[in-house]
Design a protein around this ligand. Structure first.
Ligand code: GLU
Length: 473
């Protein structure tokens, strides 16, 4: 292990691709076209920081134009490099295909440490980056639609929208040029929590199959399962919160940049999140013990380990110490290809990123549809349904002579709000996609793990798109 270098993120994605490609039966040339990045744009632009100019390096990679627009987040991190953005863009293509979101994959990256800049400086960087994208036709509701990723959020998306609209006055669908926007600026309810909620729905579906759970010595259902979460950013926080509040899971450890904390009795993620906001750290959270290192949390005995931070967190440097029965890839690329092979052999179930964290882009798709329709979901039918259900409830009472309680009435007669529809659409998407992947795993003898099955699901859909275009008859 002394001179061990884990494979790069891009190498891992390519290795996983090739493993699936080998059993796909898809012609070689078509596989090569699917695998390659279609357009790569690197830019270096000046931004005035204080009384100096700083040259900022940034990227936008459109991995696949088989469907348009292309779609994917923008990452702000000093570790951004072209290979990383290419790997992330490729994952977006497969992710969209798996959950039937009709986009090609893309990703953006700006090589900065966001917390070293003031809000005003970040706004300047974001607006300049957007201008570069506009200049090269790398953004637009029918071209390429960015979204948040590591280091960005709804605030940055609002700046992107405003910049785009400044240059494209009168474009009726311009609000669809970016997703993950604030709700009051053409965003959609339920987008912020979407990735975490998608992880929850995906895990619930995985845990519902008694035969599969029996193989790893677990009972069905989320309730009582022990979870370890790495990363308390947007994805880790909402995953933990929803698994805890709606699934009754027990979070026994959380790991962050500053260290890790542990409590066999369970950690209230919501309280921990607020504690970190106030103190700047998770360490010393009441009722927990500080662990020796942040890495140690990953090595705890638990049912589900949820890496929700960055890529290459589980490599051959620590894979042998992992004791979790399930690894839920809430982040993109958290397990390197060699560690993946090792853990698979040991019988660990790894739920792959390209399926499990697809909730974000799924709700981005809903947001984009909302922008193109220029109307909030539920606006037309909510009252109509509510009135119909009320009439039903009244008739039921009259016919049975029994009265319905106020609580029951509220539930029975509720018309769906936007957030109800978003959640229902997301649940439907995650359940259907999981069952498709599981079916491939069950039927195809040469496939023995969820990642290869997920890849095959994606490859089948993308290749059939190319075939339908007549490009590869
Ligand atoms: N950045 C998120 C991802 O990796 C969301 C992308 C999107 O909504 O377009 O899936």
């Amino acid at each position: 292990m002394k001179n061990y270098q884990p494979p790069s993120f891009l190498e891992s994605v390519n290795e996983n691709f090739e493993r699936a490609a080998a059993v796909s039966g898809i012609p070689k040339g078509l596989l090569a076209q699917i695998q390659t990045c279609n357009s790569i744009y690197q830019m270096n632009f000046p931004v005035k920081i204080g009384n100096q100019y700083k040259v900022v390096t940034a990227f936008r990679v459109q991995h696949s134009h088989h469907r348009l627009p292309t779609k994917g987040g923008i990452r702000y991190s000093i570790h951004v490099n072209q290979d990383e953005v290419m790997a992330l863009a490729a994952l977006m293509t497969y992710k969209c295909a798996i959950v039937d979101v009709p986009f090609g994959g893309a990703k953006g990256g700006v090589k900065i440490t966001p917390w070293k800049y003031t809000e005003e400086q970040l706004e300047r960087i974001t607006r300049r980056y957007t201008t570069e994208l506009i200049r090269k036709d790398f953004i637009g509701p029918g071209i390429d639609v960015p979204a948040p990723d590591y280091g960005t959020g709804s605030r940055e998306m609002a700046w992107i929208l405003d910049t785009y609209q400044t240059f494209n006055g009168g474009e009726i669908d311009s609000a669809g040029c970016v997703t993950g926007k604030p709700v009051n600026q053409n965003g959609i309810r339920g987008r912020t929590e979407a990735t975490g909620r998608g992880v929850y729905y995906g895990l619930v579906q995985l845990l519902s199959y008694a035969d599969d759970m029996k193989e790893i010595g677990l009972k069905t259902g989320m309730a009582g399962k022990t979870l370890v979460i790495q990363g308390l950013g947007n994805v880790g926080y909402y995953t933990g919160k929803i698994c805890q509040e709606e699934g009754d899971a027990k979070i026994i450890a959380v790991s962050e940049y500053e260290g890790a904390i542990h409590s066999p009795d369970g950690i209230d993620v919501d309280k921990l999140y607020k504690f970190r906001q106030k103190t700047g750290s998770i360490m010393g959270f009441p009722g927990t013990t500080n662990m020796k290192s942040r890495e140690q949390a990953l090595e705890l005995k638990c049912d589900i380990l949820i890496p929700a931070a960055l890529e290459n967190q589980i490599t051959m440097l620590n894979a042998k110490k992992i004791k979790a029965k399930i690894i839920a890839e809430a982040a993109n690329g958290p397990v390197s290809a060699d560690a993946d092979a090792y853990l698979r052999d040991k019988g660990v179930i790894i739920v792959p990123d390209m399926y499990l964290n697809a909730g974000g882009v799924t709700v981005s798709y809903f947001e984009w549809l909302k922008n193109l329709s220029h109307m909030r979901f539920g606006r037309m039918e909510k009252r109509f349904n509510q009135n119909t259900y009320t009439l039903f409830a009244e008739k039921l009472e009259a016919m049975t002579g029994k009265s319905i309680t106020a609580k029951e009435r509220r539930m029975l007669t509720k018309g769906a709000d936007e957030v109800d529809l978003v959640r229902s659409g997301l649940e439907e998407t995650m359940v259907t996609a999981y069952d498709q992947i599981r079916e491939i795993l069950r039927r195809k003898k040469s496939v023995t793990d969820l990642r290869t099955a997920a890849f095959l699901s994606a490859l089948n859909k993308v290749s059939s798109d190319y075939m339908n275009k007549g490009i590869f008859p």
